[in-house]
Design a protein around this ligand. Structure first.
Ligand code: GCW
Length: 681
């Protein structure tokens, strides 16, 4: 029962009786008038949540008279009371925002959850629940909220056989065999969890796509999932394999300029919308890692994207076209390839296309500089792609709270329109005035009892959703919300756990890839260390390509004397990273190739600094484990043990990284370890 299945929506009774009584005064009954499927979801959630937390079944009614303590939820259309309030602030809230207000109505103190749409009411209901779950006051509420980004989407890399590419939490949630007839409760709980953090879209299938998903065999199954998710404000999207017209359409070509191909996609879109009237659109990986695409026919990414965009446009669907492309056939730093290919296409995409860009230029490393595409395509809405599943971050075995990673990228300044041109402002459309905006997170969810394998994987799903809604939230606040809802609101507990979570990502960077090292993980599985990996069919699949360590130096020179990838950034950013005086140590080997004897600002040599970071990283596990053990009184045995056991594995593996990397790099540098660094076993 305590496996973690309930995620952050636990709704257990608040222990403190005085506090419960206080809450009951303000929240004594729920009134929702008209019951649409979405308002029913809101009312179910409020009913279940408040009754659970406050330990008393709350009256839930569409006719109950308004009493002091009533919660009135609805839209001007669904509720005459809310219509009567003539709420001014609704005007600015769009179709997903909401307000949460304490008000006096006919002399009675009530709480109003109001929005322009039913889904806004649902989001507001979850907000109210969060306040109670985290034991915040609910009197004198005056909250208005609306999302800063339009499309807040999970990307499932789920295959039709239910394996999940880079999934570490079991098999895919989507049981294609039993669909459409059998609808698991889990689909509903998935929808609730996403709605609770404002996620409004999900791509069900892997970007390495199978065209069968677009056939009559599968579309009714997709429609069944869409029907479950719809009341929760979540749209369904699919990945489109570019060669589908050939594979399932029996055409001779998939050339985007061919008339029969255009017609095929139009017909296909019409067919999909017959099954799913509010289908979201397509996510496409094309001409990347062997996937088919427009370049197979000598056409550009824009021509490929526009083909699909035109087919979806009559139905208001969108195309999310990925910019993750690189090829060993091009003699160019992999860092530079996406930019080289996409920047020239700026302005050529249809209005319903977003180009989806991974946060960094290589591939979801523990730390990457922001992708230089952000800021480089002002005429195209760019969608952020984060990876929630920890492909390169110890997968579902290591505790890594990723909000600081997401924030680091979102807050980075591109300087393309002067100071303050942050990546977040590129992505939310405010910098270049785009109405379309979005963010995607590659999901870490599977059918494991606790959804994410590592219990703390839940915090990354949660943090992604919260930042997708509002990228200005702080990592600390998000951690506090999550720990409060997931475990306990005892202040000492929250403060300790926050501290542990906030350090966890930097710890991992230190024991895996300190000082700007990147992509030195084991080949293909990307789990453990593999800095020695050299002989592979492609240079850009070796570790040596990225670290280039020899007896003299280490690092990738991306300044003007090297690949000059830095030229893809604005002059300020270029100078900042390019100048050794300003380049932060965290990014050093991303941009510079330096002798082992290079003097760091701290006075130590590069070799010493590197060794020390590995040492720090490995040693960081002891305080983390001790910290968790101290928290035992606040966590049920089952979840406590889950984390405890994984931390023990993580510690072993942090030392594995330490030993393997130090042994390897010493075989290059030939230098002795500085004092305090444990020699590798
Ligand atoms: O991160 C890499 C992964 C691939 C993945 C690819 C991509 C889905 O190793 O498994 O394929 O990127 O993002 O397309």
């Amino acid at each position: 029962a305590e496996s973690g299945y309930r995620l952050w929506m636990r709704y257990d009774q608040i222990n403190d009786e005085a506090l419960r009584t206080q809450y009951l005064k303000s929240l004594s009954g729920i009134r929702i008038d008209t019951i649409s499927p979405t308002l029913k979801a809101a009312s179910d959630e409020l009913g279940k949540g408040l009754s659970g937390l406050l330990g008393r079944t709350l009256g839930l009614s569409s006719t109950a008279s308004i009493e002091a303590g009533s919660v009135v939820a609805g839209t001007p259309a669904s509720s005459s009371l809310i219509r009567g309030l003539k709420l001014q602030s609704l005007a600015g809230l769009g179709d997903e925002g909401y307000m949460l207000s304490s008000m006096v109505h006919n002399g009675k103190q009530i709480t109003v959850i109001a929005a322009n749409t039913d889904v806004g009411v649902l989001y507001g209901s979850f907000h109210l629940l969060r306040l109670v779950q985290t034991q915040q006051p609910v009197v004198k509420l005056s909250i208005v909220e609306k999302p800063l980004l339009k499309h807040r989407v999970l990307n499932h890399w789920d295959n039709l056989d239910r394996t999940v590419e880079r999934g570490y939490a079991g098999f895919s949630l989507w049981n294609w065999h039993l669909l459409p007839g059998y609808l698991q409760q889990r689909y509903i709980d998935y929808a609730r969890a996403n709605a609770s953090i404002g996620i409004n879209g999900t791509v069900l299938t892997n970007v390495n796509a199978n065209s069968l998903i677009l056939t009559e065999e599968f579309l009714p199954k997709v429609a069944a999932i869409a029907n479950v998710l719809r009341p929760y404000g979540i749209k369904v999207y699919l990945t489109a394999r570019f060669s589908s017209p050939i594979e399932i359409g029996k055409l001779k070509t998939a050339d985007p300029l061919d008339e029969s191909v255009k017609k095929w996609w139009k017909d296909k879109a019409d067919e999909i919308y017959r099954h799913i009237p509010d289908f979201g659109g397509f996510l496409v990986k094309a001409n990347s890692e062997g996937q088919p695409g427009p370049q197979n026919y000598g056409r550009s990414h824009a021509e490929g994207a526009n083909l699909l965009a035109d087919a979806l446009a009559p139905h208001n669907g969108i195309v999310m076209w990925r910019a993750f492309v690189y090829s060993h056939e091009v003699d160019e730093d992999r860092f530079k390839q996406a930019y080289n290919e996409f920047k020239p296409l700026d302005g050529q995409f249809r209005k319903n296309v977003l180009v989806q860009v991974k946060n960094g230029p290589i591939d979801f490393q523990p730390r990457e500089p922001f992708s230089p595409l952000f800021g480089a395509m002002p005429k195209t809405p760019l969608m952020m792609e984060f990876q929630i599943t920890q492909e390169y971050l110890g997968q579902a075995t290591h505790l890594v709270y990723q909000a600081p990673l997401y924030k680091e990228v979102l807050d980075a300044d591109t300087y393309v329109k002067g100071k303050g041109s942050t990546v977040a402002r590129v992505v939310d459309g405010s910098l270049d005035k785009h109405a379309l905006s979005g963010i995607a997170g590659v999901a870490n969810i599977g059918d494991d009892l606790n959804w994410t394998g590592h219990l703390f994987g839940q915090s990354n799903w949660y943090a992604f959703g919260r930042l997708a809604w509002n990228h200005q939230l702080s990592s600390e606040n998000i951690a506090d919300e999550w720990t409060g809802m997931t475990f306990s609101n005892v202040p000492e507990f929250k403060v300790s756990l926050r501290g542990m979570m906030m350090k966890s990502r930097e710890n991992l960077v230190n024991y895996m890839t300190p000082l700007g090292l990147h992509h030195i993980m084991g080949w293909d599985h990307h789990y453990g260390p593999g800095p020695w990996i050299k002989d592979k069919p492609r240079m850009d699949w070796t570790s040596f390509y990225y670290h280039k360590a020899d007896s003299v130096a280490i690092g990738f020179d991306r300044t003007a004397s090297g690949s000059n990838a830095l030229s893809q950034y604005s002059p300020q950013v270029r100078k900042f990273y390019g100048d050794l005086k300003t380049c932060p140590p965290e990014y050093l080997l991303w941009f510079h190739r330096l002798p082992w004897s290079h003097r760091m600002k701290t006075g130590e040599s590069l070799w010493e600094a590197l060794s020390q970071r590995y040492q720090q990283g490995a040693e960081s596990m002891d305080p983390l484990i001790a910290g968790w053990n101290k928290l035992a009184p606040y966590v049920d045995q089952e979840r406590f043990d889950q984390v405890r056991m994984l931390l023990a594995i993580q510690k072993k593996e942090a030392w594995w990284w330490h030993d393997a990397c130090l042994a390897y790099f010493q075989s290059r540098s030939g230098l002795p370890f500085p004092q305090g660094v444990t020699p590798p076993k």
